[in-house]
Design a protein around this ligand. Sequence first.
Ligand code: ADP
Ligand code: ASP
Ligand code: MG
Length: 440
Amino acid sequence: MKVVKFGGSSIASATQFKKVHDIVLEDTDRHYVVPSAPGKRNKEDTKVTDLLILAYSHHNKDDFEEIYDRIKARYNGIITELGLDISLEEDFKEIKEEIKKQNSFDYTISRGEYLNGKVLANYLGFDFIDAADVIYIDKHGRYDEKKTDAALTKALSEHDYAVVPGFYGQLNDESGRIKAFSRGGSDVTGSIVAKCACADLYENWTDVSGFLIADPRIVKDPKPIATITYKELRELSYMGASVLHQNSIFPVRNEGIPILIKNTNSPEDAGTLIVESTCHKPDHVITGIAGKKDFMSIYVYKKHMSNEVGFIRKALSILEKYHISIEHIPSGIDSFNIVVEKKEIEESLYEILAHFKDELKPDKLTVQEDLALISTVGKNMSDKPGTSGKLFGALGKNNINIVMIAQGSDEINITVGVKKKDFTKTVQVIYDTFVGGNEE
Ligand code: ADP
Ligand code: ASP
Ligand code: MG
């Protein structure tokens, strides 16, 4: 039994709906389908979720009607072109009233998936299960496993074939209000449905032929990864490989349900299988590369710091007071760097630096802005001596200055910090060095 999730671009138009229809119906094992909201039909297009966000913030502006009509047109276009016997007019009326009342942002942004789910269920001839009745989410956007498992397992047992819209559920505080996951969250819904259906496989259908070794927007035609472990994938998706939402592995991982990433526009391609462990020998030492741009690093130096017990703890507790989560803390004998996401610290940076000065009395305190982090990930890197030397050597040869190095304790990743302007080049050099034919 399979659970299948289709991303926004996979299901953005009537043409895409036809592809989805063929994929789902060609295999009777595909019992439960989780759709996103209609995404972009081309580069210049706007996702329905983004139109809903715009409509919410323009609720009292002159262009509201125009924005809302664009949303309606996306669904009506699909319904007309497919010749479906369904009308969303009542829903459109109700959603518009709710947006005007400004009662709930989460309700508004969830309607993209809700409406798409209704249309898709009608087209496939499947039942429709409203995610608001079966998925419970806490106020921080994490799913409530206990409540969800009970409600969703029961609902699935009552419907042989069904569509469950992605991205949202009900707030778990008895208020009955809608709560959405963070952006890209339909991947998480798919994983929860796969878990509760006790599926053999969670298929995640998107617009690329699997998880690629690097972001295709940075490296031209990167090779796909045939098999990857959950652990490697988690590192890559956390570091910005946006194919899968970073939280989507958790529900299926404990149940041992593999995820298969497939391309809706090229279903014959093998895709990427995500598993707990594999004896599959990869073609390259590294499995993948991913990176993110907007980081900042605080450098603290103090003579004889190593003799001062609790020094780093003091620095960390200052950041904790400001609720700032830390990415890396590479350290030397008398110094350390604290790397954080820029957007987290920007507002309180000067206050934090003042606390550092008062409480740590450092000999040197500097801030490095515009830092990018690039992680090279691979479970086989630890068996192959010289991998980091090769990586650093290649960056040096290409005049890329490494400002920070961090290696995860389980040796499946090497993270380098470089200036933001060197981000793209760094990813390309690492790809060429380990994959692009230069491998010794
Ligand atoms: P969906 O709408 O199907 O959920 P997403 O846009 O969330 O799809 O994710 C797929 C996109 O992720 C691809 O189109 C690609 O641009 C981007 N991407 C970033 N890194 C990678 C990678 N390593 N492999 C494949 N795609 C990647
Ligand atoms: N439609 C939502 C978004 O654009 C959720 C998703 O696509 O997974 O973020
Ligand atoms: Mg996505």
